[in-house]
Design a protein around this ligand. Structure first.
Ligand code: ADP
Length: 521
């Protein structure tokens, strides 16, 4: 025999954690990208706006200074006055603005007071542009401080010169107007720091938030894992299902995770009740098998010891008991096998019934049976048996309509036999005037065949009626008669496998009616 060892699959402990970590990293990365993009855009636009406002301030100062210079210059060379003063600039110059005038020979003409050399560094590109009569903008540093500089040409104001066209006049110097960018730098530094800090705070907040949310969302998963593990641990080497009682605690709300938990718990509940039924069935089966075996063993042991002392009639009585119990045992084993096989086949046969396709994929032509013929044949056989037994019971044929139904002959015969057997078994013979009766009828109702077995027997209490299809169930009043309590469950299973159903009605002391509903072919 093939030996198999089943090992519970190792569950990866780190999985929920890594999922949580991955979610958090995803959120974090997305946020960093988004914050980086918008932060940079914001900074660039702000720098642009500030630069423009600085440039226009510088331009205004340049214009004022140019007008002052033009007023001061003489009309003939060397053009420059001995002391160049710019009255408007001197009076109204903005704080942080430096104005410097250098002539083409590099001499500082303004401010006359400094004398210690130029304070605004001149760029060679600027010199070239200014000498060509153009204005030039640049950014440089004065004693470690950023400044924005506009370098513009100073033209000679000759008498003959055409004032509207500066190009025709010679360039005699350079006007430099610089504005400190320290405020701008401070503002930008503040802005950058603020952006960085808020960005960092948002990032940390989002990471913590996403960790908390992911933990909360994934917590039920951990519960499912723990429950599944506990069940796996209590299941001994795959030979029996362990404790199925634990349930996963349900998260609030009706989200997907709650549905997963509900479905998992539902599945556990079904499994639990199925295993309980199975265990009860095994218990009942062992109990039912033990009873005849005890009689057989006891009788045989007694016979073995006292064979010669026993009178022959007692010996044959004991042997008859043994025989009867053996038959009962054989019947029980056969019925148990039938149920076990039907249980095992239930899923596949249901699928096949639903699709009409066999496991091999070929279309199956379902067998059909002429139920009326089968029933009449069976009644004839049972009548023969009754007359051989000398029974006064009346087995009558009621209204029988021709009905071809889907199903196999063996199953249908077995179902009909179980019902008829029960009807005959639980119907007392009665008196001469009012003999016990069993009536069989077959009708076609709404595309279905209804096979009815009615009797005038002992009937059943409503409490018993509820359980007669449970395996091994027998009403107390039935105990005096032979039986296993498996007939009706087998009949029900066979009928359901054929896509039909079975119902029972009964009045205690008056009789019962069992109806089998089958689909007409
Ligand atoms: P059993 O072998 O005991 O007949 P079944 O499964 O066939 O087992 O029936 C279950 C129980 O249902 C019986 O024990 C009996 O109590 C009740 N029962 C079944 N058929 C009848 C009937 N025709 N009249 C009264 N009781 C019935």
């Amino acid at each position: 025999m093939e030996k198999r060892t089943t090992k519970a699959p190792e569950l990866d402990q780190s999985r929920p954690l890594s999922l949580r970590l991955r979610l958090m990293l995803w959120y974090g990365t997305l946020l960093v990208v988004a914050l980086g993009f918008f932060g940079t855009l914001f900074l660039v636009l702000t720098i642009e706006a500030i630069n423009q406002s600085v440039d226009s301030a510088v331009r205004a100062e340049t214009r004022v200074a140019s007008l002052d210079v033009a007023r001061e210059l003489s009309l003939a060379p060397p053009y420059w006055p001995a002391h160049l003063s710019l009255p408007t600039i001197d009076t109204y110059r903005e704080p942080g603005v430096v104005v410097e005038i250098v002539d083409t020979r590099g001499k500082i003409r303004y401010p006359t007071t400094t004398g210690a050399g130029r304070s605004i560094p001149i760029n060679s590109d600027a010199t070239r542009a200014v000498l060509a009569g153009q204005t030039f903008w640049y950014t440089t540093k004065i004693s470690g401080e950023h400044v924005r500089v506009e370098a513009s040409p100073i033209f000679a104001s000759t008498v003959k010169a055409n004032r509207t066209s500066p190009g025709s006049r010679p360039v005699i110097g350079m006007l430099l107007v610089a504005k400190s960018l320290s405020d701008v730098d401070a503002t930008l530094f503040l802005l950058q720091t603020l952006l960085l800090l808020t960005g960092l705070a948002t990032l940390v907040g989002t990471l913590i938030g996403s960790w908390i949310i992911a933990t909360r969302v994934l917590r039920p998963l951990a519960g499912i894992v723990a429950t599944a593990r506990a069940i796996a641990a209590s299941t001994a080497r795959g030979t029996r299902l362990g404790n199925l009682r634990p349930r996963v605690s349900r998260p609030r709300g009706h989200d997907e995770m709650a549905q997963v938990v509900d479905t998992f718990n539902e599945m556990l509940a079904f499994l639990e009740s199925a295993t309980q039924t199975q265990r009860r069935f095994v218990d009942d089966a062992s109990h039912e098998l033990r009873a005849p075996l005890t009689t057989i063993r006891g009788n045989l042991a007694f016979l073995q010891r006292h064979l010669n002392e026993l009178p022959p009639e007692e010996r044959s009585a004991m042997l008859a008991d043994v025989h009867e119990e053996t038959l009962r045992l054989a019947k029980l084993v056969e019925e148990l096998l039938l149920l076990a096989r039907a249980d095992a086949n239930q899923d596949t046969s249901l699928e096949t019934h639903e699709t009409g396709i066999t496991a091999e994929g070929s279309i199956q032509h379902e067998p059909t049976v002429e139920l009326d013929h089968e029933v009449l044949q069976l009644v004839r056989q049972l009548r023969r048996r009754l007359s051989t037994e000398g029974s006064q019971l009346k087995l009558e044929i009621g209204h029988i309509e021709p009905a071809r139904v889907r199903g196999d002959e063996e199953s249908l015969r077995r179902v009909a036999l179980i019902l008829l057997d029960n009807a005959l078994k639980y119907t007392p013979v009665g008196s001469e005037e009012e003999a016990g009766r069993v009536i069989v009828s077959l009708e076609r109702v709404n595309g279905q065949a209804a096979l009815r077995v009615r009797d005038t027997g002992i009937g059943m209490e409503p409490a018993d009626l509820e359980h007669i299809f449970d395996r091994f169930y027998r009403a107390d009043r039935a105990r005096s008669r032979q039986g296993t309590g498996l007939g009706l469950p087998i009949a029900q299973m066979l009928v359901e496998q054929l896509g039909g159903h079975i119902t029972a009605e009964s009045t205690p002391g008056k009789g019962s009616t069992f109806s089998v509903w089958l689909t007409l072919a």
